[in-house]
Design a protein around this ligand. Structure first.
Ligand code: ATP
Length: 328
């Protein structure tokens, strides 16, 4: 279900996947997993100066004779970049998210962890305007996602998990398209696209169709599309899945620079060691609820994050069962 207040973001429908860019642009379905190249239609301010360029002057925000968009002031360090209140989502009888409230401090590198099916993707989809909540609110730098989605999405870059993209474009075309959709001027888009393709080790594949990319390459080019407008908040669902270690290390360096320059990163991951090393905050989601949240040190409470995670998720570290599988 869509409502009149939903953002008019570029959405790739199945028919568009085989067609030209812009062949099928529709609002998000608001139910189930959206198929989207998420983002907004205007340039956001730029804490991500390290992604190849200095911060974007306000004048760059417009193109042609369009008036320049003046960036909103960044929230002070420590105030929430993302604030979630009482978010609920059910699918039939399944309660995917059961009333989650969470504050993500600005300038934090925030990990979201939880077992399979815990509700992480559903939560992030509601926070980023891809899935309408049954109840609750999500605000991005003080802007309500569901009452002012266009403004809220200007502040966001999103790497969704498992969504369709315009894969009949080349990598360069896809990233360029994402920048132009956000109202950036062609020169800046071209220059940043080249930077991103280089940093993400996609230069040789720049003119290859995305449909012919490997899973890791697709992940990287989607990340480039999420970064092109230098958003204030980056939401990344499983960004390292299928990505090789060298590329993963490049991505981590980009994200760390981004956070150091004032950006906020929210990353969902199943790799506890990575979250422990990379993130400064973490929330553990189990059965659609937050079981623990805070700084990584607070949550792990003197143990490894993996041990704490297993404890909170009610699991076990030692292998049991499947006795028939043992060879002796
Ligand atoms: N569109 C949908 N229709 C029906 N059920 C759904 C839908 N999306 C999610 N669910 C259910 O909601 C629950 C939470 O799913 P979600 O994808 O948010 O979990 P997750 O924590 O991201 O899992 P994973 O770590 O495996 O990716 C699961 O039980 C899932 O089956």
């Amino acid at each position: 279900m869509t409502s009149p207040t939903e953002p008019q973001d570029p959405i790739v429908t199945p028919s568009a996947r085989d067609g030209a860019p812009g062949a099928s642009v529709a609002p998000p379905d608001g139910e189930g997993r959206a198929t989207a190249l998420p983002g907004s239609s205007a340039t956001a301010p730029a804490p991500a100066a390290k992604v190849g360029h200095a911060p974007v002057p306000a004048a760059e925000a417009g193109h042609g004779d369009a008036p320049a968009l003046v960036p909103e002031p960044a929230p002070a360090y420590g105030s929430p970049a993302v604030s979630l209140r009482g978010l609920v989502k059910t699918f039939g009888h399944k309660v995917a998210v059961a009333g989650i409230s969470l504050d993500i401090p600005a300038g934090s590198f925030y990990g979201l962890v939880g077992p399979n099916g815990a509700g992480k993707t559903t939560l992030l989809s509601m926070a980023t305007g891809l899935l309408r909540p049954d109840a609750g609110t999500a605000t991005i730098c003080g802007v309500d996602m569901w009452t002012d989605p266009v403004q809220a999405k200007r502040l966001l870059g999103v790497l969704p998990d498992g969504m369709a993209i315009f894969d009949r474009l080349t990598g360069t075309q896809l990233v360029t398209y994402a920048g132009l959709l956000r109202g950036m001027d062609r020169e800046t888009v071209a220059s940043r696209t080249a930077d991103l393709m280089g940093v993400l080790d996609l230069r040789e594949a720049a003119d290859t169709l995305v449909v012919d990319y490997s899973a890791g390459m697709t992940k990287k080019v989607t990340l480039a599309a999420a970064l092109i407008h230098a958003p204030r908040v980056l939401v990344l669902d499983e960004p390292f899945e299928a990505v090789d270690p060298v590329s993963a290390s490049h991505i981590r360096a980009i994200l760390s620079d981004y956070v150091a320059s004032g950006g906020t990163v929210i990353v969902s991951s199943h790799v506890m060691d990575l979250v422990q090393r990379m993130c400064d905050h973490v929330a553990v989601v189990v059965d659609g609820q937050v079981r623990a949240a805070g700084t990584v040190d607070e949550v792990r409470a003197g143990r490894s994050l993996e041990e704490r995670f297993v404890e909170l998720a009610g699991g076990q570290l030692s292998g049991e069962g499947l006795s028939w599988l043992r060879s002796s």
